[in-house]
Design a protein around this ligand. Sequence first.
Ligand code: SIN
Ligand code: CO
Length: 407
Amino acid sequence: MPKRPLDHRAGMAAPSVSPPSPDARTPLLGGLTPAQFMRRYWQKKPLLIRGAIPDLEPPLSREALFELAQSDDAESRLVSHLRGRWRLDHGPFEADEIPSPKRREWTLLVQGVDLHDDRARALLDRFRFIPDARLDDLMISYATDGGGVGPHFDSYDVFLLQVHGKRRWRISTQRDLTLQPGLPLKVLQHFEPEQEFLLEPGDMLYLPPHVAHDGVAQGECMTCSIGFRAPSANELIGQFLYYLAERGELARSQAGERLYRDPHQSAVAHPAALPPALVAELGAILARVRWTQRDIVSFLGSYLSEPKSHVVFDSPDRPLGEAAFVRAAQGSGVRLDNRTTLLYGARSYFINGEESALPRKRKWLLELADARRIEGKRFVTLSADPSMTALLHEWYRAGWVRVGAFS
Ligand code: SIN
Ligand code: CO
C-alpha cells in the first residue's frame, strides 16, 4: 500500500460509532465480546489485537495535533532523547518550539484530544463498554523515528491504538519497577522485555496497570492511548469528607455550630500542652459522623462528572429560542458536547458536576446519557414532553448539548 503522508488526510465527518454491546463479538477486541474481554483480560493481562479497527485513519493530522499543542486548552508534553539524555518540556508550545519532523527521536504527547475533536471523541466512544466513570481521555502521541518515552509502567489500564506508521512495543510483567533516579520522566532502571510486537495502523495493545512497556517509533508514527482513571482510597476519602463538609452534612448528626466547652478545665502549669479533653472531644465528634448510601452516590456522581479544571464550555453565539431549537433537534437530533459528562444513579443524574433529581419521565435522559445522542426521529417522539425540551434547551444554551450529529 502506498505510504500516505500524515498531513494529507482528507477531512471526513466523524462516523457515529456506538460501543459494541456486551455480548456481541467485535474486531475491536480481536473477536471477543466485551463481556469476555472484561472477564479474561481487563486488569488481568495484556492482549494484542491485530486489525482492531480496520482502515483506521488518524483522527487528527500532524498539523492539527501540533496546533492543539500550541493552545492552552490542551495539556501537552514534548519528550526527546538526545545523546542518551531524556528531556521533558510541558506545553503550550510556540510553533518554533516543536522540533522538525525530520529530526529523529522526539515525541509530542497531547492529552484530552477527545474534548476538542469529534473524531477523537468517536474513537473513545468505542470503548464505552467500560463505564464512563472509569474512562479518562484519549491521548495522541506523535513521534519521529526512534521516538518514545522510554521503558516505564503506568498505574492505569490503557489501550494503545496505532493510527499511523509503525511502533515496536516491548512489554514485561517484571516485578522490579524501580525507576531511574533524577530523570524528568518515569524510566525503568532495569527493563527486561518478555514480548515484542510491531504494531501497524489499526492494531492495538491492551495493557493492565503496572505492566512495563516501551514503544519506539519506526519512522513517523502516531499512537492513540485510551486512558482510564481510578481514584485512590486517599483521594476518595478526602474528597468525600470535603463534599460532606461543604454541604454541612458532616455535622448533621451533631449540633454543627456548637462551640467546644470546658467548664471543668483546671489551671495548667504547661500551657503549651494540648488539653486531653479537647483531643477526646474531637474523637467523640468524629465517631458520630454518619453518612448514607445516598450521600455516597451523590458524591461519586458529582465528583466524577466534574469537568477537568481547564475545561470551558462555549455557549452558542446566537442561541436559538426554544421553539427553533426543538425544530432543529427534530431534524438533526441532539448530542452531548464532547466536554460534557452525564452520569446517573437510581434517583439522580449528574451533569458536569451538578446533581439533580431524575425527572418523573426519565427515559429520554437515560437514553441521552448512555448514547450521548438522541436522533432526530426519536426526538420528534420525545419532544411531546415540554419539560424535556425546556431542560435540553437550557443545556444547549450552556454549551453542554449541541444540535446535530458530529460535525
Ligand atoms: C506513547 O504513546 O508514546 C506513550 C504511551 C504509553 O506508553 O503509555
Ligand atoms: Co505508558
